[in-house]
Design a protein around this ligand. Sequence first.
Ligand code: ZN
Length: 329
Amino acid sequence: MDRKPNTLTRRQLLKATGLVAAGAGLAGLARPAEATSPAPSPNRRRVLRIGHLTDMHIRPTGRGPAGLVACLEHVQSLAEPPDVLFNGGDAIMSALGADKDSTRAQWETWHKIMNENLELPMIHCIGNHDVWGWQRSRAGTTGDEPLYGKVWVKQELELESGYYSFDRAGWHFTVLDSVRERGGGAYQPLLEDDQIEWLKADLDSVPAETPILILSHVPVISVTPYFFYDNIVENYQFRVAGALMHQDVHRLRDLFANYPNIKVCLSGHVHLVDRVDYNGITYLCNGAVSGSWWHGRHKDCEPGYAIVDLYDDGSFEREYIEYEWDVGK
Ligand SMILES: [Zn+2]
């Protein structure tokens, strides 16, 4: 304990001035250690239904195209279909180490499927495999190409920026751009300083009573990295791949702690499903439409998508739906 004895924390100060109960929506107020939101109001009203489809990994060949068509038909034919679909990233199989022709063919297949089957509006989030050419020797890129990196995917998905936000149905939605180039053909799940500054300003702009949903490709917090690989213990240490979760997790945890109206964070990337309640926020990793990259089940996760219902009291529900299509083994 290194806190100076005479320095009141913000929480102590608020408590002393009777503001804790009244100021539950104040930014900067310490979050309850225990998740999550208060019990949902019995009179709550559903204001938005989201279909979160992540890790579709489409390329011209294989089972992906038929599988994605089946998935879109499934989600759009639900008795109560979503109002909007979220593409959680990794729309295409991979452009990271693909040459120009292959990358172009992957995007053409994506657009063909969407043009012929998509009936709902779709919000896009960039995944690591959507980025072109960071694996330079495999892709044959130098880094000087006009479409290098995220330029190409932003063009295909008509995004001005990989990170952006919008308001709908009484909620605020913040979309993050999870990965940066690390060199040597690798990527790193980490927000650069400019995105962090933007994120702070974005969160500051949201009224305290407006609930916030954050969408990222890579999970900010997740237990799934412990189950992605089979052998994770070495010399009494857990060895968890650094690419599977945001490496700036402590920085994001500290930032998010200032905003009690952040309710839920959605992600994909690991092709597994979990729910983590941490420091007052629920983190949902929502599997993969492609399961094991179109080879069936990935570990404990069948190919599927999530339905996320948002309510007017800031509460939410998530259901992971296996869309019952034989993607093969
Ligand atoms: Zn993926």
